[in-house]
Design a protein around this ligand. Structure first.
Ligand code: DC
Length: 217
């Protein structure tokens, strides 16, 4: 009898901005030999396409058209990391039609062997509800603003701490109150509060969780 291929391993990492999702997802992907998808980049690429065409992120049909044109090459554009693009991404992400337009890309990516780590806001709840392991990272808004500030400074962008905090809070409100796939932990997600943890501690906790989940299946 032909041996069936093992199902791709999918790990979902969700949480608010600057909770440490990207760092953890990249490290888990390297550790388990999986591919990594930063799904926020899809929303940022949608927003960037719109902004460059002088479009309005609040306009659903225009945002949906931009989402349908996003390509893998768009995801490497350094302009995606700009704060203005992040804010516009959180507006385009409120549109149901944009979320549907980006679903296929994410699910196809996850389904390819040997599997993938996807980080975002709705991976465990909507994009990959069947993921074998799900994490939900959280941290206080103040600590997340400090991390974002350090990241901006390391890229040579000078910012004011209070305005970074305001932007983080505005994004939290928009991401968690929207009706389409709002940011919330999946019922079966392992929650990690990263407020007082360094990246190594978060990684070690997560690996222990993945290993125990894999050994019990
Ligand atoms: O993680 P990030 O800052 O790159 O995400 C940018 C915006 O994209 C975020 O404010 C909300 C949205 N987003 C989303 O709605 N769903 C995802 N899976 C990922 C990001």
């Amino acid at each position: 009898m032909p041996r069936s291929e093992p199902a791709p391993l999918v790990i979902a990492v969700d949480g608010p901005a600057a909770a440490g999702k990207g760092t953890l997802a990249r490290r888990l992907a390297a550790h388990y030999g999986l591919r990594h998808l930063d799904t926020g980049a899809l929303y940022r690429a949608t927003a960037l396409r719109l902004l460059r065409a002088n479009g309005d992120p609040a306009h659903e049909a225009a945002a949906e058209a931009a989402a349908r044109n996003v390509t893998a090459a768009d995801l490497d554009d350094p302009a995606l990391r700009e704060e203005e693009v992040g804010q516009a991404a959180s507006v385009v992400a409120t549109h149901g039609a944009v979320r549907v337009a980006l679903l296929d890309y994410q699910r196809t990516f996850a389904a390819e062997p040997p599997g993938a780590v996807l980080d975002g806001r709705d991976i465990g709840t909507v994009v990959c509800p069947e993921a074998q392991v799900k994490f939900y990272l959280e941290a206080t808004a103040e600590v997340r603003a400090e991390r974002r500030l350090c990241e901006l400074r390391s890229r040579g962008v000078e910012s004011i701490e209070s305005s970074v905090l305001e932007e983080i809070i505005a994004r939290d409100v928009r991401d968690s109150r929207r009706s389409a796939a709002p940011l919330k932990p999946a019922a079966d997600a392992s929650r990690i509060d990263t407020t007082a943890l360094g990246p190594d501690e978060v990684f070690e906790q997560a690996v222990a969780t993945v290993d125990s989940r894999l050994s019990s299946t």
